[in-house]
Design a protein around this ligand. Structure first.
Ligand code: C5P
Length: 237
C-alpha cells in the first residue's frame, strides 16, 4: 500500500505550468510536498504556489534569498503571504538578514519554515580556495548552520555528506533538507555527492529533495512509491 510522507519533497524543475499540472496529477496522493525553484517561479510566479496549495500540497519555495536585511525580510513576507510553507535564504547574508526573515514571517499563517543554504554544494575545494575563506568547507557549513539556528531559523539545506555533523551540532529538532538523493540503481545525472533515501535519513536528514529520479521516470508514481517504501523501512530500523 502506498503511504504518502511529506518528508519526501519532489523538485518541480520545470519552466511551465502544464508540465507541473501533468506531473502533480500523475503523482496524485503519493506526493504531498513539492519544491518550486527559481526556474518555475520565474516562469510562472505565484501561480505555481497557488496551484499547489489549492491541491493541498506543501510548497518549499527554493529562491535562496540573499540581500540586505530589509529587502530579504520584506521579500520573505511576500513569499509567506503567497502560501509557501518552506522558504530559504543564504546563511552567508548574515545574522541580521536571517533575523529579518524570521521577523517578517513570524505572523504568517501557516508560518513557513525558514531554512538556510550554508555552502553551495556545487563549490569544490579548488573554487573554495579561490574564494579565500579561512576554514574548510565542512567546518563553514556547520558554522553557518549554527548561526542559522541562533538566528531563529528552523534548519538548513545540506548535502547528505554534511548532514551528520550538522545534526550533531544543531540538535534533533533542526530541519536538514537534503538534495542529491538517488535510489540505488538510478542515474546520478549531474549530482556528485549522492546518497540513497535510507542513507540520507540515517545521516540525519529530516527531508529528502528528489527531482529527476521521480520526474523523469517512465512511471513517476511507481518511482515515488519505491522511495516512500525505502523511507518507511528506514524509519523502523
Ligand atoms: O533532479 P535532482 O534530484 O538532482 O534535483 C535536485 C534538486 O535539488 C534540484 O532542484 C536542485 O536545484 C536542488 N539542489 C541540489 N543541490 C543543492 C541544492 C539544491 O541538487 N546543493
Amino acid at each position: 500500500m502506498l503511504v504518502s510522507d511529506n518528508r519526501l519533497i519532489v523538485a518541480l524543475d520545470f519552466d511551465d505550468m502544464d508540465k507541473v499540472r501533468k506531473l502533480v496529477a500523475e503523482l496524485g496522493d503519493a506526493v504531498g510536498h513539492y519544491k518550486v525553484g527559481m526556474e518555475l517561479f520565474y516562469a510562472a510566479g505565484g501561480e505555481a504556489i497557488r496551484f499547489l496549495r489549492a491541491a493541498g500540497k506543501e510548497v518549499f519555495l527554493d529562491l535562496k534569498l540573499h540581500d540586505i536585511p530589509n529587502t530579504v525580510g520584506r521579500s520573505a513576507g511576500v513569499l509567506a503571504a503567497l502560501g509557501a510553507t518552506m522558504i530559504n535564504v543564504h546563511a552567508g547574508g548574515g545574522t541580521a538578514m536571517m533575523r529579518a526573515a524570521v521577523a517578517a514571517t513570524a505572523g504568517s499563517r501557516p508560518r513557513p519554515k525558514l531554512i538556510a543554504v550554508t555552502v553551495l554544494t556545487s563549490l569544490d575545494e579548488a573554487e573554495w580556495a579561490r574564494l579565500n575563506y579561512a576554514v574548510p568547507i565542512a567546518d563553514q557549513a556547520v558554522n553557518l548552520a549554527k548561526l542559522a539556528g541562533e538566528a531563529g531559523l528552523d534548519g538548513v539545506v545540506a548535502s547528505p555528506r554534511e548532514a551528520a555533523a550538522i545534526r550533531q551540532a544543531c540538535g534533533p529538532e533542526f530541519l536538514i533538507v537534503t538534495p542529491g538523493v538517488r535510489p540505488a540503481g538510478s542515474a546520478v545525472n549531474d549530482q556528485s555527492r549522492v546518497a540513497t533515501p535510507a542513507g540520507a535519513l540515517k545521516a540525519g536528514a529530516s527531508h529528502l529533495v528528489v527531482g529527476r529520479p521521480v520526474t523523469a521516470a517512465p512511471d513517476p508514481r511507481a518511482a515515488a512509491a519505491a522511495i516512500l517504501q525505502e523511507m518507511r523501512e528506514t524509519r523502523h530500523d
